[in-house]
Design a protein around this ligand. Structure first.
Ligand code: ZN
Length: 260
């Protein structure tokens, strides 16, 4: 699943391809917006907030969320698409490029001033210009009994972390993901670590995980085979509350199970 770094880099690519250019065609392949026509409008800016992406003209903002499988690709006009045409949800064309959003989880066209309705309730964006570690800590501390591995996924605490980085951040801070937020020794350091890891992933992609997906492989600190477990998440990535379990990865030696 794409996390904040992927969305941030996607916004960079779309900005380079579209910003300042006039749209020669728009094609929304979702029923609700099928009649929206942005032809003749210039793309003013492209931005991201956590896992949300915004492509803005002077009048509207095209909001998309990649969710599980979504991606944006930029093609030269006439270039063959690298994904099936039926998966395309949005096509935005300029004179020289086509930006195509495939398998997007969310597609919405809103007024630029209404973006706040979509992301206003989220915690500080780990990759945003106004990142605020103290505010992220304050929000995490509202639910001290919640496992930190769950709280890190809740975008209302801090925005941009998904399943991969919750394992990575907990591993780096030697905190078992089941540890209650109130029992994490240094919450600010953990939040700063999350910021550092995402900033590094954006700066030097691709980043190779230290813990995520490395079941039975040796811990790079102590050599103990890493373990995988499931940790429920009750307030996860698309800001909505759902019940499901997703994998966490940890070193049983460096990240001992918390005492209950
Ligand atoms: Zn270890």
């Amino acid at each position: 699943m794409p996390e904040g770094d992927t969305v941030f880099l996607t916004a960079n690519r779309l900005r380079a391809a579209l910003a300042g250019k006039e749209l020669t065609r728009s094609d929304f392949r979702v029923p609700r917006y099928a009649t929206v026509d942005l032809r003749g409008q210039a793309v003013e800016s492209v931005g991201s907030y956590g896992k949300h992406l915004f492509i803005r003209t002077p009048t509207v903002s095209v909001h998309t969320h990649l969710k599980m499988e979504g991606s944006w690709r930029v093609f030269h006009c006439g270039q063959r698409w690298t994904k099936p045409r039926v998966a395309a949800r949005v096509v935005l064309s300029t004179e020289d490029v086509e930006a195509v959003g495939f398998s997007l989880g969310t597609v919405e066209v809103v007024r630029v001033g209404d973006e706040d309705r979509i992301v206003g309730h989220l915690g500080p964006d780990l990759l945003g210009p106004n990142w605020d570690a103290a505010e992220a800590v304050r929000r995490l501390e509202r639910y001290p009994g919640q496992p930190i591995g769950v709280a890190l996924l809740d975008q209302r605490n801090l925005a941009g972390i998904g399943n991969i980085y919750r394992s990575e951040v907990c591993f780096l801070r030697r905190v078992h993901p089941d540890t209650r937020v109130g029992d994490v020794p240094d919450l600010l350091a953990l939040v700063n670590e999350a910021h550092r890891v995402l900033a590094e992933a954006v700066d030097k992609p691709p980043r190779r995980p230290l813990a995520y997906g490395r079941t039975h492989r040796p811990c790079q600190r102590c050599g103990t085979p890493l373990q995988a477990d499931l940790l429920g998440d009750t307030a996860p990535d698309h800001d909505r509350v759902v019940q499901r379990e997703r994998g966490i990865y940890f070193c049983p030696h460096c990240q001992p199970v918390p005492a209950t």
